[in-house]
Design a protein around this ligand. Structure first.
Ligand code: CMP
Length: 139
């Protein structure tokens, strides 16, 4: 399988609860390479742009309020099959439905406060990586 890149976010619920280090440890344990990383607070408009694909969903307002409510850690992860691998490491969107041992199952508290985000396909990953990182940020 080829080395692939995905965009991962440690969301404001996890950063606010002091879980960024725990989640980074899990990323290292799963043998991802961190190609780029930074900490930032999204504006509401930036959160709306990032999640534009969900604009028509009933939870869009809540989601973008939450994502702009505090600091997040955004990063680019490299691994063989990184997109699926990171989604497996996170677990299902709803922590109640996520598999045992996954980040969302063990650390998430609701479908909204689910600690992490990951790209869902190569095209999405390209958009999401470009949303936060320019070419020279990526080693
Ligand atoms: P994420 O992987 O970041 O992609 C979109 C986010 O929307 C998702 O994680 C959840 O945090 C959020 N989300 C999805 N479904 C719902 C829902 N039914 N209610 C509230 N938030 C949701």
């Amino acid at each position: 399988m080829a080395i692939e890149r995905t965009l991962a976010i440690i969301k404001p619920d996890a950063v606010g609860r002091g879980l960024a280090g725990e989640i980074l440890s899990r990323i290292h344990a799963a043998k991802f390479q961190i190609a780029a990383i930074r900490s930032l607070r999204l504006t509401k408009a930036e959160a709306e742009g990032f999640y534009a694909v969900h604009r028509e969903r009933p939870f869009f307002g809540e989601l973008t309020d939450f994502m702009s409510s505090g600091k997040a850690v955004v990063m680019v992860l490299d691994a063989e099959g990184a997109i699926a691998k990171w989604r497996d490491t996170m677990g299902a969107t709803d922590p109640a439905k996520a598999a045992p041992g996954t980040i969302r199952r063990e650390l998430g508290t609701s479908i909204q406060y689910n600690c992490t985000h990951g790209s869902d396909a190569p095209q999405t990953a390209a958009f999401e990586i470009g949303y936060f990182f320019a070419g020279r940020d990526l080693v």
